[in-house]
Design a protein around this ligand. Structure first.
Ligand SMILES: Nc1ncnc2c1ncn2[C@@H]1O[C@H](COP(=O)(O)OP(=O)(O)OP(=O)(O)O)[C@@H](O)[C@H]1O
Ligand SMILES: [Mg+2]
Length: 296
């Protein structure tokens, strides 16, 4: 996207944030004062995520405009589209950060996400990776993972059990498995702050996986990675397919190509709606997609 349009998006966001401070707040999702709900999604219909007719407006501008899509259980779905298409806003809605004006969001066939708070949504099994890695720089790689194993899906989180360095059998085995998966076994006892950017991203993905999410949302996970790191990240995500549902937003089309292969579905968002959906070759051949995104 052109720098002009990017500036326009950022300016719109800043103006809205400034005005929002003066407005009465939208009612919080989930509601305060009631106990945190523990819910298990049911995927018997084969669908992990339903986004139905979701509209989000910021000062009248529709960042999502009646957006509808579904993601199957165990599916690896790439979402592409120009800057400002609404990709991050969609993730904000799924994770409870933003409340839509209208529409429905369900996790499995039984969980109405609009009734849950952000922590409840995480506890139900939706994990999110932001673009910037957020690891505890002063802790070792292993301690970062151990902290995530302990919480926030468990009350033990607040008790810092992970830091003792003594892990019981099951915990030690899981740590080992995670370290191998994210290829950081030889760095287990290094401070996370000393890792490369790509390794920090992997550590954060490992920290998400430690909480065993059923649905993983990854927003531009390979931004700033080297080509080799990007390729290995694709291999990692492909290895998670089936056990987790993954929604990956990326602009790096080589990476998207590696993930989508010849048979996986790709969704193209534009102006808060699904512009096209299908196999990568199909959406790449779609003139409207070329026009708004790929052709530039
Ligand atoms: N909090 C906000 N306040 C006002 N406008 C916002 C806010 N969040 C997003 N927007 C606007 O909504 C539109 C969609 O933004 P979003 O960040 O979802 O796009 P995106 O598809 O993730 O783009 P990119 O590829 O650049 O990350 C943009 O025009 C953006 O400026
Ligand atoms: Mg975004």
């Amino acid at each position: 996207m052109t720098p002009d349009l990017m500036r326009e998006g950022a300016a719109r966001r800043a103006a809205y944030e400034a005005r929002k401070a003066a407005l009465p707040p939208r009612p919080p999702r989930g509601g305060f004062g009631r106990p945190l709900q523990h819910l298990e999604p049911v995927f018997t219909q084969g669908v992990a995520l339903y986004v139905e007719d979701v509209t989000v407006s910021f000062d009248g501008f529709k960042a999502l405009n009646s957006l509808s899509l579904t993601v199957n259980a165990g599916e690896l779905r790439c979402i592409i589209g120009p800057n400002g298409a609404g990709k991050t806003t969609m993730m904000d809605c799924i994770t409870g950060k933003t409340s839509p004006d209208s529409g429905r969001l369900s996790f499995g066939s039984n969980i109405d996400l609009l009734r849950l708070s952000e922590p409840e949504i995480a506890t139900a099994g939706i994990g999110r990776k932001f673009q910037k890695p957020t690891v505890y720089e002063r802790l070792t790689v292993q301690d970062n993972l151990a902290m995530s194993l302990a919480g926030p899906r468990s009350v033990r989180a607040s008790l810092f059990p992970a830091m003792s360095g003594h892990h019981d059998g099951a915990e030690a085995a899981r740590l080992d498995e995670l370290l191998t998966l994210i290829e950081l076994k030889s760095s287990a006892f290094r401070e996370a702050g000393l890792l490369s950017h790509g390794q920090k991203q992997w550590l954060e993905i490992g920290m998400l996986l430690a909480q065993d999410p059923k649905l993983l949302l990854l927003d531009e996970p390979v931004a700033g990675m080297t080509d080799e790191e990007t390729e290995r990240t694709a291999e990692l995500f492909l290895s998670l397919e089936g056990q987790h549902s993954l929604v990956v937003v990326e602009h790096d089309m080589k990476f998207v190509g590696q993930l989508a292969g010849t048979h996986r579905k790709v969704t193209v968002l534009h102006e808060g709606q699904v512009l096209a959906e299908g196999k990568l070759a199909e959406v790449q051949a779609d003139e409207r997609v070329v026009e708004v995104y790929l052709g530039r």
